[in-house]
Ligand binder design. Sequence first.
Ligand SMILES: Nc1ncnc2c1ncn2[C@@H]1O[C@H](COP(=O)(O)OP(=O)(O)O)[C@@H](O)[C@H]1O
Ligand SMILES: [Mg+2]
Length: 300
Amino acid sequence: MSSLIEQAAQRLEQLRTAGADIPDGVPIAQANKEALNAPSGAQSNSLSRRVEIDLEALSKAGIVSPNAPRSAIADQFRVVKRPLIGNAMGKGASPIINGNLIMVTSSLPGEGKTFTAINLAMSMATELDYTVMLVDADVARPSVMTVLGLPAGAGLLDLVLDESMDLSSMLLKTNVDKLTLLPSGTPHPRATELLASDAMINLLNDMARRYTDRIIIFDSPPLLLATEARVLASHMGQIVMVVQAERTLQSDVVLALSTIDACPVKLMLLNQARTVSKGGYEYGYGHVYGYEYGFEVQQA
Ligand SMILES: Nc1ncnc2c1ncn2[C@@H]1O[C@H](COP(=O)(O)OP(=O)(O)O)[C@@H](O)[C@H]1O
Ligand SMILES: [Mg+2]
């Protein structure tokens, strides 16, 4: 058992004894009710596809944005992103293969993968000199575009299904200069299976090769529900594992971490979103943000 897993287990135990309500039974996945909107007319000639993110709405929703550079959430992600950037740019002791490919995953749905992936991408894109590509690879339950207030469109699945398409033609530029998006694409009945296909692996290699100076963040399916996520994980240089501290079972965390054993770098984020009453405030979701993190680098 690695030290990271031990730390996670210990921390969950501490939270449990401190009175946090960690269920003993199987946690019920929080259903994502968002309906998937199939894109009606995917633009084919889309080298200049560009979208406007409503940055004010984003910061009101508690997400890092260039409009609110000093928020609590921004401070937390400033800490979280630093080691990831160091590894992505090969600044560690020994360079990490595909270090610029960062997968954000968790054991189960509803733990905060999308929230984390978007915050991480925004935080990196707004403050640093690196270009960030945010990929919605949770293809069965895509929500990156919805959270950003953008319509769904062609993207990842379209590229996987038609290898003659060019990756760059699917990318969306945004009003955050250094942030580009790759939506999950046209819904497909076997979407998650496609993530483990040869075409997907070719695409990942293409991304890593073509965009070496770019940090690529993948919002991904949960490890315990989609075995394909493990295949994806095996091609990533770094994995951010989100754990919802008050809900995820310790045994699920241990199991999920064991499925990504081969990944050289793992960062675990204990996401402790709590609902609090905010009195007269009318905006936001009334959460207090809290992240704790542990980091493990395995030498190859
Ligand atoms: N730290 C946090 N603070 C506030 N809200 C959060 C936090 N983490 C998750 N959430 C909210 O919890 C819900 C589930 O998170 P989400 O990122 O969609 O989970 P997942 O992508 O793992 O299914 C979303 O409404 C999200 O905005
Ligand atoms: Mg999600």
